[in-house]
Design a protein around this ligand. Structure first.
Ligand code: ADP
Ligand code: MG
Length: 328
């Protein structure tokens, strides 16, 4: 379990002076111009801004899905700089510290609801199966070469006296390659079947079943994403994001592709999770959606222009004098 003990001192997540410039060929597209945001444990923060203001870019940087510019400031998790190198620590941050919800769900179409729900837990925890594959490939090569020579002899393609000739070496080499290739494919198929069977009856499946059940999807485990409505897909996506028991949930326009009623259902679900202690950072262009959060950070042209704590009056935007507004 991740530590959810409230700590009001150190922010759980900070982005300081974040800069991001995309490059389209030779054209530079500066998007973030030094945006800073600080999230405390247990908060629900909405990042509110017009389309194109850099909200998704900011959220991707905070989630470690993209890197800020070289001259940019840092991203800190519980006070420590998040080093975005490709490696185990970064993968752990992306997959287990952060749960990420995309506007367009990004479920895997070939997996069913249950498998999508436990996807974060399918990411290997550093165990390497490379050695096993290498050994099996060598065994496959030996068996392939042996069978090849045996068959060639039986079929009269390679008379006994030619068994040490160049022809026999080429033939056994070709059969060794085919043998090792076949073995690699076989071992991977067996591993996939074992993994799938083990996962569906393991702890990750129990966690996913419980979250999906909470979200009213207990009759849908075997369904593919294409058989679900938009609201159901987004519920699966949130269950997937929560599947690894992350410290924070980052959601990019989680209701942006849904009708108002379905969107409200999703927000109510997030509200329930927030009340249970989950820290949420949610990006939206819609003030009504933002009003679910405890704090609204406004982004304009890649800069934070306001940061206001609001009384959580769901469905209504607070009047300017209700919030403590700091313009920066
Ligand atoms: P928002 O989520 O607020 O709508 P984004 O962060 O998605 O804004 O994008 C901000 C700006 O950056 C937009 O003008 C967009 O076209 C541009 N942008 C986003 N991603 C890329 C990219 N990969 N390459 C080039 N430009 C991009
Ligand atoms: Mg966006």
């Amino acid at each position: 379990m991740n530590d959810r003990t409230p700590n009001t001192e150190t922010p759980i997540l900070e982005g300081e002076d974040l800069r991001k410039t995309y490059r389209l060929g030779r054209v530079k597209v500066p998007v973030l111009h030094g945006a800073s945001v600080s999230i405390k444990q247990g908060e629900w923060v909405a990042i509110l801004g017009a389309s194109g203001s850099g909200k998704s870019t900011l959220l991707h940087l905070l989630a470690g899905l993209d890197k800020p510019d070289i001259d940019s400031g840092d991203i800190r998790y519980r006070g420590s700089k998040v080093e975005l190198q490709n490696g185990g620590e970064t993968n752990h941050y992306r997959n287990r510290t952060i749960g990420f919800v995309f506007q367009f769900y990004h479920l895997l179409p070939e997996l069913d609801v249950l498998e999508n729900g436990m996807l974060a837990n399918l990411v290997p925890r550093g165990r390497k199966s490379g050695l096993l594959i290498l050994v099996m490939a060598l065994i496959g090569a030996v068996i392939g070469a042996w069978l090849g020579l045996l068959a060639a002899g039986d079929w009269g393609l390679l008379p006994l006296e030619e068994r040490t000739s160049v022809r026999s070496i080429v033939l056994s080499g070709a059969c060794a390659v085919i043998g090792s290739g076949t073995m690699i494919v076989l071992i991977q198929m067996v591993q996939a079947v074992i993994l799938r069977t083990r996962m569906r009856s393991g702890e990750a499946a129990d966690v996913a079943r419980s979250t999906l059940g909470d979200f009213g999807l207990d009759q849908r485990y075997r369904h593919r994403p294409r058989e679900l409505s938009g609201g159901e897909r987004q519920r699966v996506a949130i269950a997937r994001a929560l599947g690894s028991d992350p410290d924070l949930l980052l959601a990019d326009e989680p209701t942006g592709n849904l009708d108002e009623q379905t969107g409200t259902e999703i927000l109510e679900l997030l509200k329930k999770k927030h009340e249970q202690g989950l820290t949420i950072v949610m990006v939206t262009h819609d003030p009504k959606v933002a009003s679910y959060a405890n704090r609204v950070v406004r982004l304009k042209n890649g800069r934070v222009v306001a940061d206001s704590v609001q009384n959580s009056v769901v469905g209504e935007m607070p009047s300017p004098d209700e919030g403590h507004e700091t313009v920066g």
